[in-house]
Design a protein around this ligand. Structure first.
Ligand code: NAD
Length: 304
């Protein structure tokens, strides 16, 4: 059984690392936030360290679950790779940018290390129960084969998407579709509420009709109409994923006018609400524009 290093115990990393600890893997964990790795180690009887070289020396496969690819690159090249034994694997499960992933892969190959990208979808609830969708990119089939048993502990739907970076490309494009679905449904609720429809009833109708999507099913009532805005996926992270998707459009020479409009709206929400807000709080952009708060029974009255 490979020894695992796990870096980044945030909203997603914590429950994902927990799945590995509970499956009996020898695990060394690290996180930049003070006390987090020690808390994890105490709860799940693993090792924790603040020193990435110590983590690297104790690991055959190092998993990163960090905010973005730039942070992954810095942590891996500055601190992890120099201490990893040749033949080890870096498994980046963060939602990183695909071009940066290819570049990192080239740098690591020169050091005798393999990189596999395996970003995830499904959010905190599916990280907790180990049913994430995972998109796996990489040319090194042996490295992927080594990662698969780990990935199977964290995910249910595993897809090999192609060469290195293809998982990250697929993830960014998935989040573009998801982000567009969320704001389209929020806009529809705003229009309907002003007309006199009940937002709560609208969600029921959408979910039984062709407008149904992941946001209508799993986000509108749960996080927006409830006013909880606590899905566990940050607004800043979604905005980053959209930029990644649109960068990819521009890098591949694809015109994406709908995506350009979508990213602009998310960037405006990001500027208004800050990176710390939950991504479902994007609804507040429309609420402010129209002076209409979305509650289960938001009434026409807000038109006044
Ligand atoms: P998060 O902000 O909750 O966690 C990130 C963790 O990384 C934090 O604990 C932070 O302290 C740590 N960190 C940051 N810089 C570090 C460094 N230099 N060294 C060590 N630790 C460092 O983010 P998250 O929601 O867990 O997301 C992680 C990744 O997964 C992101 O790329 C995100 O886009 C992606 N993702 C998130 C979700 C979700 O629902 N939250 C779903 C799918 C994918």
């Amino acid at each position: 059984m490979d020894r695992i290093g796990f870096i980044g115990l945030g909203q997603m990393g914590w429950p994902m690392a927990r799945r590995l600890a509970e499956a009996g893997y020898s695990l060394t964990v690290a996180d930049a936030a003070p006390g987090v790795a020690d808390r994890f180690a105490a709860e799940f009887k693993t090792s924790a360290t603040a020193d990435m070289a110590v983590l690297a020396k104790a690991s055959d496969v190092v998993i990163t679950m960090l905010p973005d690819g730039k942070i992954v690159r810095k942590v891996v090249l500055d601190a992890v790779a120099p201490a990893l034994a040749k033949g080890s694997v870096v498994l980046d499960m963060s939602s990183s940018a695909p071009i940066g992933t290819r570049e990192l892969g080239e740098d690591l190959v020169k050091l005798g290390l393999a990189l596999v990208d395996a970003p995830v979808s499904g959010g905190v609830p599916r990280a907790k129960d180990g049913t994430l969708a995972i998109m796996i990119g990489g040319e090194d089939k042996a490295a992927i084969a080594r990662c698969r048993p780990l990935l199977e502990k964290m995910g249910q739907s595993l897809f090999e998407t192609g060469p290195l970076g293809s998982g990250h490309a697929m993830k960014a494009l998935n989040n573009y579709v998801s982000a567009a679905g969320l704001i389209a449904s929020i806009e529809a609720l705003q229009i309907g509420a002003r007309f006199g429809l009940s937002p709560d009833a609208m969600v029921d109708v959408l979910n039984a009709s062709t407008g149904r999507n992941n946001s209508t099913e799993k986000k509108l009532k749960q996080y927006v109409l409830s006013r909880q805005f606590n899905s566990g996926f940050g607004l800043g992270l979604m905005e980053k994923d959209l930029r990644t998707a649109l960068d990819l459009a521009h890098q591949t020479g694809i015109q994406a006018p709908f995506g350009d409009a979508c990213v602009e709206l998310w960037q405006k929400a990001y500027a208004d609400l800050g990176a710390g807000a939950d991504h479902t709080a994007v609804a507040q952009l429309w609420e402010k524009l129209n002076n209409l708060e979305l509650t289960p029974a938001a009434k026409k009255q807000a038109a006044e």
